[in-house]
Design a protein around this ligand. Sequence first.
Ligand SMILES: *Cc1c(COP(=O)(O)O)cnc(C)c1O
Length: 476
Amino acid sequence: MPDKTNEIRYVSTRGTAPVLGFEDVMLTGLARDGGLYVPETWPRLASSDIAALSGLSYADVATRIMAPFVGSDIPEDEFHEIAVDAYATFSHSAIAPLAQLAPNQWLLELFHGPTLAFKDVAMQLLARLMDRALTRRGVRATIVGATSGDTGGAAIEAFAGREAIEIFILHPHERVSDVQRRQMTTCDAPNVHNIAIEGTFDDCQALLKAMFNDLERRDRLALAGVNSINWARIMAQTVYYFTSAVALGGPGRSISFCVPTGNFGDIFAGYVASRMGLPVERLVIATNSNDILARTLQTGRYEPKDVVVTSSPSMDIQVSSNFERLIFEAAGRDADRVCTLMNALGQEGAFALADGELGSMRALFAAESVSEADVEDTIRTIAGETGYVCDPHTAIGVAAARRVARQDEPMVTLATAHPAKFPDAVAAATGSTPEVPERLQQRLGAEERFTVIANDYDAVTAFIESRARAVEEPAT
Ligand SMILES: *Cc1c(COP(=O)(O)O)cnc(C)c1O
């Protein structure tokens, strides 16, 4: 019997959901008490362990960084095989290469996966881990997700053709970009179902939330969530903080990261890396005009406002789900305190952090919000100065990094999407349309498949029920 005494366990930020191991947390997504799962304690790497990552392949580093979070649920050699397979879908041999913009200014390119946005890094791994877990248990699951753009494409690409899973992605009809829609709807795998909701992204999210709160249906269909609150996605994103820091002299040198932020998943992965022992100087939250996180860091008051549509749609978010994980940490892991704040958010539409909580956040995090004019100006300026063309999300990171940069501070900005995904914004800034990589071009010409459904809970669930295969067939 393996010794389970030091086994990793996960607790909910709201304190009452069952304590679970890695695979159960991955398959559950949102905790049953409405909270988010976090490890009971943060695994720590010695400085010598971090130094020893130098020169390893991305999949090797991924295995070492994630092993303590996975525990005995998956043997390490098997996990390594899965990581190798997941990252073989990337078109760059480094998986997440660095590019230099200026002295101490770096870009970490996270867009070399199949859908050209950073979501592939976690999703390619998550799909394989979920499929393995379900197959071993001899069960199926039904994934339902809502997307305003990149998540849906990355999820469909990763889960297409996986035996144990049926996947349904809701997107707002005629409200996603042409490229984003085609990336989802041109997939011809029989387990993929695109639903175009006659409504907004918020309507899609509300439908999704209602399904997950419908516990009888949730259990019967074995609903699984793959949105950015899924712990396994955060875990997979910690890896590139290590690879990039080590490439730039870590752990002997402390590195700052600037992260284009929406749901706070990607930047929370940077926080996790720092808790694991990686020397991180600062984490800079870069937002577009939807600046709730920048306002919160400045004033301590978390107050969602109406979503503004910008040229960086994947960051057009006001309720930043993963921020709850940071609140839990800043509140000394006091789940009652998290419940109090989340109740205030539900009832009064806002909450205020205590001075100590805000202080502990400010010790590591800074925040900047970048206007639409600054985004365009940054894309143009960087292209003019260096020849490097970045997408609007990445440009927000670069603009924020340049504003806050201190002398001699190595700053890595996460480049979260390929410019070809956002051709109009790039063309408006630079005067020329970015070249579309071969693999995207081929895909975009394929036939589209999707079903338009009214913004109606019964209509959507009837569609899903009729196609989900998780329901046990009676034995004959
Ligand atoms: C999802 C996404 C983001 C925001 O990431 P979060 O983890 O939600 O903060 C930024 N840029 C791009 C291109 C994305 O797809």
